[in-house]
Write a protein that binds this ligand. Structure first.
Ligand code: ITT
Length: 190
């Protein structure tokens, strides 16, 4: 069966494709001109909105990911506004570091909600993953995307940007959401 990957973010797309590679679904990319406005106030609402609307618009099954970084000392910001926080990844990182300043509480978490919609737009599956870490004072590493260079995982003593995709995927918010989702996605296919 065909599954439309409903994202316009190349970094996310690479990770989603890796998780779905052996799922047995035939992946197709979302048409670039199909853009869904994220009007929801939660990751779950936006993931469902994107999956549902892309499924309806293409007449196929669709999978969407809504994710972001919640910083404890900023009361959860940028949260669902992580993509809209600034124009480029380096400007997003610069803004976050400026807002956080010399705050000693650097605790934060990445959150990811993945949603699957059937061709009629009904949401049939949803899965959430959370990964806790700390915000560094300066970026480290050049892998990954988004806020990865400032997100440090104490247990591994590495930022997400210093990890291989496999290592990041074994502990990340997106990795956890997909690990829970894949067996159920398998069931829908058959
Ligand atoms: P789509 O909606 O088209 O999928 P988007 O980038 O707009 O792409 P979101 O609205 O879900 O997606 O925004 C998520 C933002 O959170 C993303 O742009 C990154 O800045 C950040 N983000 C999410 N997951 C991340 C990860 O694994 N590593 C680093 N940053 C991440």
């Amino acid at each position: 069966k065909l599954l439309v990957v409903a994202t316009g973010n190349p970094g996310k797309l690479r990770e989603m494709q890796a998780y779905l590679a052996d799922s047995g679904w035939e992946l197709i990319l979302k048409p670039e001109e199909l853009e869904i406005e994220e009007t929801g106030e939660t990751f779950a609402a936006n993931a469902c909105l994107k999956a549902s609307q892309i499924a309806k618009a293409t007449g196929n099954w669709a999978i969407a990911d809504d994710s972001g970084l919640e910083v404890d000392a900023l009361n959860g910001a940028p949260g669902v506004y992580s993509a809209r926080y600034a124009k480029t990844d380096s400007e997003r990182i610069a803004r976050l570091l400026k807002e956080l300043g010399n705050e000693v509480n650097r605790q934060a978490q990445f959150v990811c909600v993945v949603a699957i919609a059937s061709p009629d737009g009904a949401i049939v599956l949803q899965s959430e993953g959370i990964c806790r870490g700390e915000i560094l004072h300066a970026p480290r590493g050049d892998g990954g995307f988004g806020y990865d260079p400032i997100f440090y995982v104490q247990e591994l003593q590495l930022t997400f940007a210093e990890m291989t995709r496999e290592l990041k995927g074994s502990i990340s918010h997106r990795g956890k959401a997909f690990t829970a989702l894949l067996p159920q996605l398998e069931r829908i296919k058959s």
